[in-house]
Design a protein around this ligand. Structure first.
Ligand code: RUQ
Ligand code: CUA
Length: 658
């Protein structure tokens, strides 16, 4: 303990010397020295903690080094943190309305939330799990972000120029999804189904016989049109899979380019029945010693679809299971007990699988997989006829790392980091092959306890071809005793870990009190080139073009046509023009509002009493809103962003006469 204090004192001294040398605290006297030391002492900080505090502190006005995009779980949104400070910088409305950003209130964003094809009414929530930053040559390029909604089988496209959602695609044949990952050049976003469902989707009574025969999983390859910034369903396709509850997936790269690896965890085809005294799903689905990693040649599948194989089901082309098997598109490899996680090493040469009920991570060699396919080294076929590669022929190594291994990330030194759910720890272990010398290969080298029950982890660019090392974030599901009690709905706990040295070091805790983030991805700040203002005045955030209804100064007007009143309005510090609107009960009111400001951060809001309207109008943005004035009265409208000294005066009246 004593030596610790001496070390802490020495660190403080060094800090002070640095400060004085830098001339930053001119006028600092000897009297301030005990203050800092006293503070450290009073708080009982260890030298490591003082170092961690300094390392993660970002002074006011300075920027973080990295951005972390995190799923927002059942909030349906995406969270954006600065790293290493772990300050929350943005929430992006994706699957749920988010009033402060007007998301789901304007015509433009309502249309996004109506998510095309199916639901009669827009769904108002989602369960986001897996954010995926767009990639070029298997590295994050910072242009787009994709994220899945597990609950409703949807994928969203977010444009990182303005950090807002542009498209939500509903999978017409799936009932839930899980993994969402992008191919090395973002040609495709892969959406795997989670819970098998009748295919094509309809009611098929849930009996074992029906389940085996008519229920299916799907791998959906959504084609992304980068120029348009949209998924193109007409160029997308699906591959029919057995009803094995497909889980996480990853695209191969370099030597595994053209392939996808995906795990599954219910090859038992359990269907539950707890009230009928049948084994619960969790028991039924964990009975087998192995499940099957799916090895999918998606480039071949795309060629088959292009050459006319496949049938269109609910508007999307589907390659049947039989065709996938017959044409060498689908193979299985056994994967140990209740697999989870499916992560490809930086060079695309190994696939790492965790086993929730196995103390090992299992590493498969891509070369061995390719050779085994060539040699037809099969140990059998599954009930649907899918060839199963012999485990011994494709497995490269197993590393015993602890209980409940889930997900794996990589650094720039040939190390891998795997979350251990049951152990509540992160395991650091070494890769082999080209990453480390043979004597150092495939070894557990460090373990760090985390608080508690870690799910995913995210390292800087840790799932790309060029991992950055340096930091890792543990996304812990339980926080238990880490924070002051704020009621029984506990926050999640993000823990920032320094991975630059041999031993991992815990740096900070960040409570996430607004949903259960699953996965994050971390990108250097300078790789994301976002706009500070919309580049042209009157830009429609949906089309990313100047809207024909954008209003220039001097062109503001109110036009009545029959029972429709249309208003072309501008917002500018500190008034709306026009600020008085008169309509009759039952009129349809359409407001076109343009923020004509050019100054950064000169944001206006637009809210109307009792009409459930609130927009966020960033500089240059155009948005519109439409409602039926079914209630008579005089309704104030006002700006909801404190934009100027006369912000309170930025208001007007909507008169609805009987
Ligand atoms: S997976 S439960 Cu990302 Cu571990 Cu969704
Ligand atoms: Cu504009 Cu307040």
């Amino acid at each position: 303990m004593r030596t610790r204090w001496i070390a802490a004192g020495a660190l403080v001294l060094v800090l002070m010397l640095l400060a004085v040398a830098g001339g930053r605290f001119r006028g600092a006297t000897a009297a301030s020295a005990p203050d800092l030391e006293g503070l450290i002492k009073t708080k009982g900080l260890t030298p490591d903690q003082v170092r961690a505090a300094v390392q993660t502190f970002v002074p006011p006005g300075k920027y973080d080094e990295y951005l972390m995009f995190s799923s927002g779980g059942q909030s349906g949104q995406v969270l954006v943190f600065g790293m290493p400070s772990m300050r929350l910088l943005r929430v992006i409305g994706v699957f749920s309305p988010e009033s402060w950003q007007g998301y789901g209130f304007s015509n433009e964003t309502k249309e996004i939330l109506r998510e095309q094809a199916q639901a009669k009414e827009a769904l108002t929530w989602g369960d986001t799990h897996h954010p995926a930053i767009s990639e070029t040559n298997a590295e994050y390029d910072g242009q787009f972000l994709f994220i899945n909604d597990k609950a409703n089988a949807r994928i969203a496209v977010i444009d990182l120029r303005d950090f807002s959602t542009k498209q939500i695609i509903r999978n017409p044949n799936a009932a839930s999804n899980h993994g969402a990952v992008v191919s090395p050049n973002t040609e495709y976003i892969l959406e795997g189904t989670q819970y098998a469902a009748p295919f094509p989707f309809k009611h098929v009574p849930l009996t074992q016989e029906n389940y085996n025969k008519s229920y299916r999983g799907l791998a959906t390859f959504w084609k992304f049109d980068r120029a348009k910034g949209r998924i193109d369903p007409s160029a997308s396709f699906q591959i029919e899979l057995p009803p094995y509850w497909q889980d996480l997936a990853d695209f191969g790269k370099f030597e595994s380019d053209g392939w996808v690896f995906m795990n599954s965890f219910n090859t038992e085809r359990a269907i539950g029945g707890t009230l009928e005294k049948k084994p619960a799903l969790e028991i039924g689905a964990s009975a087998n010693d192995v499940d099957y990693m799916h090895i999918i040649n998606y480039k071949k599948a795309a060629q088959l679809i292009a050459s006319g194989k496949g049938t269109t089901v609910n508007g999307i082309k589907v390659l049947s299971l039989a065709d996938a098997i017959a044409n060498g598109v689908l193979y299985f490899a056994p994967e140990p007990k209740s697999p989870h996680g499916n992560d490809i090493a930086p060079r695309g040469d190994y696939v790492v699988i965790g086993g929730k009920l196995d103390p090992n991570v299992t590493i498969y060699s891509v070369k061995k997989i390719q050779q085994a396919i060539k040699d037809k080294a099969f140990s059998g076929k599954d009930p649907y006829g899918v060839p199963i590669l012999s485990f011994d022929k494709v497995m490269e190594a197993q590393v015993k790392i602890g209980l409940g291994p889930l997900h794996t990330q990589f650094d720039d030194q040939g190390n891998a980091y795997t979350s251990l759910f049951l152990d509540s720890a992160v395991a650091k272990w070494t890769l082999g092959g080209p990453y480390k010398k043979p004597a150092e290969a495939w070894k557990l080298v460090d373990k760090l306890p985390v608080q508690y029950n870690i799910g995913h982890l995210a390292a800087v660019m840790g799932d790309t071809a060029k991992p950055g090392g340096k930091y890792l974030v543990a996304l812990n599901k339980w926080s238990v005793d880490q924070y002051t009690n704020v009621g029984p709905l506990f926050p999640q706990n993000f823990q920032l870990i320094d991975i630059s040295g041999e031993k991992m070091k815990l740096l900070s805790n960040t409570p996430v009190g607004m949903a259960e983030p699953h996965l994050s991805q971390i990108i250097p700040m300078d790789k994301v080139k976002s706009w500070a203002v919309y580049p042209d005045v009157g830009m429609n955030p949906l089309t990313m073009k100047v809207d024909p209804n954008a209003t220039a100064p001097g062109k503001q007007r109110i036009v009545r046509k029959g029972k429709t009143v249309e208003v072309w309005m501008t917002a500018m510090r500190s008034h709306f023009t026009p600020d008085r609107i008169q309509v009759r009960q039952g009129d349809t009111v359409i407001l076109h509002i343009t923020n004509i400001e050019r100054a950064k951060d000169a944001i206006h809001g637009f809210a109307i009493d009792r009409y459930n309207v609130n927009l966020s109008l960033e500089p240059g943005k155009y948005e519109s809103v439409k409602f039926v004035a079914d209630r008579t009265g005089v309704f104030p409208f006002y700006c909801t962003e404190f934009c100027s000294a006369l912000h309170l005066e930025m208001a007007g009246y909507l008169e609805v006469a009987p």
